[in-house]
Design a protein around this ligand. Structure first.
Ligand code: UT7
Length: 326
């Protein structure tokens, strides 16, 4: 029988142990003469704390731990996997890909492994690619990972960005199935808005060219994000032939609580049906959606048989949504 779906067989996540509260960060920034406060950060974003990886820890280390937990949850071994896709904007190296480094650390070889670069929409992009590869028969069991050490890209003299981001990783095992799974997905990008959110640096001849720290027009991104997330949610529901009442849980990219609440209200999803980890994780870019999803699976909120809408938005400008019957 031809494969109809790819289903989420297991999820996992990992946060580096070092946790910084807003007060910790405000204290650290004050010593550099930069003023911020817990009150400003909470009221404008919803963030209360974030985790930062130690300097020797890379995205592949965080991704490996999340992947191992997802494999364990799925009851599978690394050798069962025939595709690894890692969404990251903070790879360990220029090359090889973080996915190849995770493959190396998992002790396996031979299966396809590559990175997807769509910044904060990265996981939704990676999941869509893995789903397509499974449904066309190129893979049967995929590890889809979002892993970031975004703290490495922060300019701690810019209070408008450095208070927003954190490090972490989340993963899903996606497998070929005759039954429920990913129902529909839609991805978009607008490269005309590339300058709105970027880390405009590169390497050349062993030197850094430009400035590879995060630059963001926050209010500009805010406005684009609110519109894009509503549109893509409706698009994916239409593609599935359903309406928003089918959504048991909304798992949006965790960037700003006000953006997340605006999307939930437009879809008429009650606030308590939206998974929020932003308060404790900050914005972990490509890791935010699988981190939030895994947390809600493990605490018993997201259950088998329920329908979940995943949404991503970020640099590129990129955005997308995936509707899943979990
Ligand atoms: O993951 C990718 C997607 N990214 C996003 O979705 C981010 C979207 N944008 C946002 O979340 C919000 O725009 C921010 C949280 C980044 C900023 O919030 P805002 O309400 O748009 O603030 P603003 O940039 O308009 O700044 C308001 C004021 C400014 O002061 P003045 O000019 O009014 O005197 C800023 O200088 O807040 C000031 N400010 C701060 N004050 C204390 C900016 N950052 C800080 C700070 N602490 N950390």
């Amino acid at each position: 029988m031809p494969i109809k779906h790819s289903r989420i067989a297991g999820t996992g996540a990992y946060l580096p142990p070092r946790r910084l509260t807003n007060q910790d960060l405000a204290h650290q920034l004050a010593s550099q003469g930069i003023e911020t406060s817990d009150e400003w950060i909470v009221s404008r974003t919803g963030i209360r704390a974030r985790h930062f990886a130690e300097p020797h820890v890379g995205s592949s280390d965080l991704g490996l731990l999340a992947a191992q937990r997802a494999l364990e949850a799925a009851g599978l071994q690394a050798t069962d996997i025939d595709l690894i896709i890692c969404a990251t904007s903070t790879p360990d190296m220029v090359f090889p890909s973080t996915a190849c480094l995770i493959q190396q650390k998992l002790g396996i070889r031979g299966c396809a492994a590559f990175d997807v670069q769509a910044v904060c929409s990265g996981f939704v992009y990676a999941l869509t690619v893995a789903d397509a590869m499974i449904r066309t028969g190129s893979a049967r069991r995929a590890l889809v990972i979002g892993a970031e050490v975004f703290s490495r890209l922060l300019d701690f003299s810019d209070r408008t960005t450095c208070v927003l981001f954190g490090d972490g990783a989340g993963a899903m095992v996606l497998e070929a199935s005759q039954q429920a799974g990913i129902v529909a997905s839609r991805l978009h990008a607008d490269g005309q808005q590339a300058g709105m959110l970027c880390a405009p640096g590169t390497v050349s001849g062993g030197a850094i060219l430009g400035d590879p720290t995060v630059k963001m027009d926050g209010p500009g991104v805010f406005k684009l994000a609110v519109t894009a997330l509503e549109q893509v949610a409706n698009e994916v529901l239409q593609a599935a032939g359903r309406d928003a009442s089918c959504i048991d849980w909304l798992v949006p990219h965790q960037a700003n609580l006000r953006i997340m609440q605006s999307t939930a209200r437009k879809l008429q999803v009650p606030d308590d049906r939206m998974i929020v980890t932003l308060d404790e994780h900050g914005n972990t870019s490509a890791a935010s959606v699988p981190l939030a999803f895994d947390q809600a699976v493990r605490d018993g909120r997201i259950q088998r048989g329920q329908t979940v809408l995943l949404e991503g938005v970020g640099g590129g400008f990129t955005w997308g949504a995936v509707l899943v019957d979990y």
